[in-house]
Write a protein that binds this ligand. Sequence first.
Ligand SMILES: [Zn+2]
Length: 287
Amino acid sequence: MEEFVGIDLGGTKTMVACFKDGKITRRVMEKTPINLNDGIEMLTRMVREVSSSPSAIGCACGGPLDYRSGVVSPLHMPQWRNVPLKEIIEKEFGCPFYVDVDTNAAAIGEYFFGGAHKYRNFIYITLSTGMGAGKLIDGKIYRGMGHPEMAHQSFSITLKKASKTFDTASHLCECGAKGCLESFISGNAIHAIYGRRAEDITDEETINEIATNFGEGLRNIIALHSPDGIFVGGGVAYGLGRKLLGPATDAAKRNLKIVPFPSIEIASLGYDSALMGAVALAIHGVD
Ligand SMILES: [Zn+2]
């Protein structure tokens, strides 16, 4: 029986799993080293640990990357710049290797292995240290000239609950721009604005402020894409759960008058969305 290997290559940790007979048969996890050569060595070793002869390998990786050439430059992994990952892994294992942006992979994972198969126009949103999204139309990844960055939509808000030391005027998004949605609601942004990690925030007013801002972002995403289903994953989403998604959905609905309102749920595969997407990439390839 064929073995397919999925890799979720993250800035802090990497997960690798072998998929055989319709299920994960073996999986390993390691902290991702900062050094590039150590990282490549870790990847090849972890693949060998889960499979002796993979038929194909799929990988979810932070963007930017070129899914055709398999050259990756994940933003949050500073030593990984223009790394020909496809060439390296295919030479090492002699089987096809496919790589895609982690949020695309998570969307694909939810489509093939999670609860998203019922949706024709599906958007997966991750809200963790950063924010990102992947969009599928009939199970196929929607691609623009590059990967669409829904988290970097223009966004204007008043922060009432920000900590006293937070300076709105000089606050920039991690992409370098001013006024991106991500720069108000990602895990890193929440820490900068409110002086606490998202999971440590307990007072309802602050959570509602974050949720409302997220909801306004959702409103824009729904108005522009008219999806039938949205899944929200990532550490901030799992940490705050319904406390985030309830008021965010209400805020999105409030001023969305003529667009049908989609189903909005917490992602069904939890922290495995991107890993299962990597398995799906190994099985189905990228196009
Ligand atoms: Zn930005």
